[in-house]
Design a protein around this ligand. Structure first.
Ligand code: 5GP
Ligand code: ZN
Length: 107
């Protein structure tokens, strides 16, 4: 399987990990666009945010993803931060394994 984030999750590729639990991992972006730029990634391979079904299960997974993003930001001591999700090629998504960008550390 060619998914770069699945390979990071499996430990086949290195990353600067800042958080891990049963369902998620978070690591520093290789090309940071902010002083602190971390990617929050579900361990389950889902290509893009819009693939989560419009169901209670989808809602639970979306909630867990953003809950984890908040948790990671708090762990990193960010006072304020920007959260970004690129969805689909036309939304600027380059890696097709769902992830939330958490960016902060300005000033
Ligand atoms: P997207 O545009 O898909 O939302 O963002 C993908 C992000 O993943 C980019 O910011 C890019 O720098 C980052 N990225 C791509 N490959 C790797 C990698 O192998 N390791 C890490 N840590 N980040 C990566
Ligand atoms: Zn994957």
């Amino acid at each position: 399987m060619g998914c770069v984030f699945c390979r990071i999750i499996a430990g086949e590729l290195p990353s600067r990990k800042v958080y891990e639990d049963e369902g998620f991992v978070a690591f520093h972006d290789i090309r940071p666009k902010a002083p602190v730029h971390v990617l929050v990634v579900p361990k389950e391979h889902v290509e893009k945010l819009s693939d989560y079904p419009d169901t209670e299960e989808g809602e639970r997974k979306l909630g867990a993803l953003f809950r984890t993003a908040n948790r990671v930001a708090q762990l990193l001591g960010l006072q304020g931060y920007r959260v970004q999700v690129n969805v689909g090629e036309k939304g600027g998504q380059e890696v097709f394994h769902v992830h939330v960008h958490v960016m902060g550390g300005w000033g």
